[in-house]
Design a protein around this ligand. Structure first.
Ligand code: ADP
Length: 259
């Protein structure tokens, strides 16, 4: 990865890929990558051919979350063979970098890398390619929305005011770029105490649902704060691989994504 791919004319399709769904957020740490990996796994469990492109170039987390990290092969020095885990075809810039080294690249290099991950990776025939975007409204989001035919975007937020404020900016960006927003996902919406069953609304209550209603957008799901989800992600086997309530919640969201 590197170099300067030819500039693209107009939005491009990725060969063999039926739909591209981008998962965005206004700020980091709200669970965008967790949601991306779990939706990818849930869709794969439903028999879909699924790809996961980790476009969070500054902090690629999919190698860890999907439990796969090695340098992809490039038999001809041009095409890149993606990796596979949990039934999902995966490409991440993280596969090409050392985990603890920061990415200090300028915009054009980032965009080059993103375009190469879309066009040079042998995705094969996919029903859906999930793109885990970096947080915010920067170069990568712009390039992806303008140069690629996106089927739609999903915005993940916690119910906290500061997260919602930034989520609104991400929604505004998709609107400006004419990328249809499929809906919002509220993550970390509630914490059920495992000892006493008490429900604690650590980041506030119902903020994303209220926002979705205000904007006349679907709320695709509300996911609680869940220790197992965090452990599963850190361990490289997303919670959606199992059959817990959380896995079922992801399955329900996934079902609604492809009609
Ligand atoms: P982002 O992609 O928005 O930066 P991540 O998906 O990396 O966020 O999540 C940040 C941290 O929060 C990770 O450690 C992840 O395991 C954890 N996390 C995400 N969603 C949940 C959840 N619903 N319950 C518990 N932990 C979560």
């Amino acid at each position: 990865i590197g170099g300067h791919p030819k500039p693209q004319q107009g939005p491009m399709k990725v060969a063999g890929v039926d739909r591209i769904l981008a998962v965005g957020s206004g700020k980091g740490g709200v669970g965008k990558s967790t949601v991306s990996s779990n939706l990818a796994v849930a869709l794969a469990k439903q028999g879909r051919k699924v790809g996961l492109l980790d476009a969070d170039i500054y902090g690629p987390s999919q190698p860890r979350m999907m439990g796969v990290n090695k340098r992809p092969a490039s038999p001809d020095g041009k095409t890149i063979l993606p990796l596979h885990a949990h039934g999902v075809t995966i490409m991440s810039l993280g596969f090409m970098l050392e985990e603890d080294k920061p990415v200090v690249w300028r915009g054009p290099m980032l965009m080059g890398a993103l375009q190469q991950m879309l066009t040079q990776v042998q995705w094969g025939d996919l029903d859906v390619l999930i793109v885990d975007l970096p947080p915010g409204t920067g170069d990568v989001q712009l390039t992806l929305c303008q140069k690629t035919e996106l089927t739609g975007a999903i915005v993940v937020s916690t119910p906290q005011d500061v997260a919602l404020l930034d989520a609104r900016k991400a929604l505004g960006m998709f609107d400006q770029l004419k990328t249809p927003v499929l809906g919002l996902i509220e993550n970390m919406s509630v914490f059920h105490c495992p000892n006493c069953g008490h429900e604690a609304h650590i980041f506030g209550q119902g903020g994303v649902a209220a926002e979705a209603k205000k904007l006349n957008m679907p709320l695709l799901g509300a996911l609680p704060i869940d220790l197992e989800t965090r452990l599963a992600g850190d361990g490289g086997t997303p919670i959606a691989t199992g059959d817990s309530d959380m896995a079922k919640a992801y399955a329900r969201i996934a079902e609604g994504l492809i009609k």
